[in-house]
Design a protein around this ligand. Structure first.
Ligand code: ZN
Length: 354
């Protein structure tokens, strides 16, 4: 039984109205819109093979399939039978990008009911500490709908060590529920409110931050930085945390081309998973680049490291970059049976506590 420890099935109605790609979503929703965009792209670059455009259309269409079950079924068919999937929802209400058409509770309810119908769905709940009553909502979802863990997305505007998250971690540690957290820099999905509001959020940092001359995207990296988990690992020694995306393609490239550079998130995460028994990472999104397969395999020569890496694909976010099926098969062939089993069976079981 394989585990894909990182996929998404949230829909277009779970994304804020003002969130930029959604304008494109609406235009693409119509046939005329698709034709217009295709023409513009062709005018801009008549030699393009439309490959990137096709991928975007596929990505946007997936979000519009109409139910999380339909989106999930699309993903499931790319994997061997009996595979299981950690499904990570998104609470995008507090990112300052406008109203979200569907209530977050409804997104969770739909996911929870899907998991009750399909045992291969492992539902997690995204926790934004700014949501009132978020701990009660988590308890309800764990008890009534069998949610199995939580997800964090710090670039939306909160620190993982936010004091409002402490009761949540306490509950998770007591209930043996793991945490998956988005941990890659330059996120497209980040806080979109005013600079003034961003400054207020950043003031919760445990060290002083100079915000001058930095874009909101750059500033959101302060929320996301892997070292933000050090205090949590200390305060909750039994809590299992996965820093998703293993530092990002940016830092994998830098690790290969400029190994002297400091603040490399790949290196920081590698050192942290080696040092902390309950700190993990996943390869979702980042490893869609085949150019990184060799480095992954070399990293896996270290037994302390290879016990802490989880296979994940980031379906359907990764549809803009690669094909789900090829990714799974190519990586499996490259790593070989034993290493692939570690990241897709043994390690996920340890992480999930099953
Ligand atoms: Zn993701």
């Amino acid at each position: 039984m394989f585990y894909n420890s990182h996929i998404h099935t949230f829909m277009d109605v779970d994304v804020p109205r003002k969130f930029l790609p959604l304008a494109l979503v609406r235009l693409l929703a119509t046939k005329a819109g698709t034709a217009i965009i295709a023409r513009i792209l062709n005018l801009l670059n008549p030699f393009s093979d439309n490959d990137i455009f096709d991928r975007y259309v596929k990505f946007l269409k997936t979000g519009k399939l109409g139910s999380q079950e339909k989106i999930f079924r699309q993903c499931q068919k790319y994997y061997p039978r009996n595979s299981r999937f950690v499904v990570l929802p998104m609470d995008m209400k507090f990112m300052g990008a406008g109203e979200v058409p569907r209530q977050y509770e409804d997104q969770l309810k739909e996911l929870g009911e899907l998991a009750q119908k399909l045992p291969e769905v492992i539902p997690f709940m995204h926790i934004d500490p700014r949501r009132p009553g978020v701990l009660d909502l988590l308890k309800k979802n764990v008890e009534d709908l069998g949610f199995k863990g939580i997800k964090l997305y710090p670039p939306l505007g909160y620190f993982p060590y936010d004091e409002d998250l402490y009761p949540v971690y306490e509950y998770c540690q007591a209930q043996n529920l793991p945490v998956v957290s988005h941990c890659s820099p330059f996120s497209q999905v980040h806080f979109r409110g005013s600079r003034k509001d961003m400054a207020v959020l950043l003031a919760k940092s445990n060290h002083p931050i100079d915000i001058r001359g930095k874009s909101k995207k750059e500033l959101s990296d302060y929320f996301t930085h892997p070292s933000n988990y050090e205090p949590i690992l200390k305060d909750f020694p039994k809590l299992r945390i996965c820093a998703a995306h293993f530092g990002s393609a940016h830092y994998w490239n830098e690790f290969l081309t400029n190994p002297q550079a400091g603040n490399n998130w790949l290196r920081i995460i590698r050192d942290m998973i080696e040092k902390h028994e309950n700190f993990y990472t996943d390869i979702s999104f980042t490893l869609n680049k085949r150019a990184f397969f060799s480095l992954l395999k070399v990293l896996m020569f270290d037994e302390k490291i290879n016990r802490k890496i989880l296979f994940g694909s980031d379906y359907y976010m990764v549809e803009t970059k690669t094909d789900e099926r090829r990714f799974g098969i190519d990586l499996r062939a490259f790593l070989g049976r034993d290493y692939f089993k570690l990241i897709s069976v043994d390690n996920p079981k340890n992480f999930l506590g099953i």
